[in-house]
Design a protein around this ligand. Sequence first.
Ligand code: PRT
Ligand code: MG
Length: 212
Amino acid sequence: MITLALSKGRIFEETVPLLKAAGIEVLDDPEKSRKLILDTNQPNVRVLVVRATDVPTYVQYGGADLGITGKDTLLEHGSQGLYQPLDLQIAKCRISVAVRADFDYASAVKQGSRLKVATKYVAIAREFFASKGVHVDLIKLYGSMELAPLVGLADAIVDLVSTGNTLKANHLVEVERIMDISSRLVVNQAALKLKQEPIRKIIDAFAGAVGQ
Ligand code: PRT
Ligand code: MG
């Protein structure tokens, strides 16, 4: 049995064509079904539906053999025990610093002010501001980061941006682009040894589908 961990939403949707290239079709729609283990047309392949942030944990501890997860999630979680053979080039976005349109970020940085930064991405933010020599107080949030500067909880946020519409709708502006993000295939290293042939087949089909 080969078990693949996926999250609902954009990663699942963008993975469907890759699975198809590997001859795998998921038999349930995770948006409609309440099932957490989905069957596929291949009797020896199943899909687990987990929270995006839990994908690396399932794969690391062998609850799943493979998984697909954003680089953002991997950087926050760490990649111990995970083999990362492919950048799938899906669920693309960037991780950026954003502030209220009326906040002078450049001056605050220049003057060496201490910045209050709200984010779900504490590790990425800490590393980024340390590399710039900017002192920050990091405030960990689990969602709706965009709200924090609006109510004075933070001067800035570090969050994912794709179209920029969410920032715009909340009168925030992107002031720094920290890095580009896409989703990676991650594989449990022990599973790769024990189930080499079927896992290789999936990796190769995905690689072909993304042109690598
Ligand atoms: O939603 P949930 O709390 O269950 O989990 P999650 O947010 O971790 O999962 P999900 O499915 O929303 O995101 C999974 C992965 O998709 C992320 O880890 C990223 O690698 C990737 N991804 C790509 C994105 C986006 N694009 C994205 N735009 N994840 C989130 N967003 C959010 C962003 O946080 C912001 O709130 O969409 C909003 C901005 O979008 P724009 O288009 O308005 O800029
Ligand atoms: Mg989300």
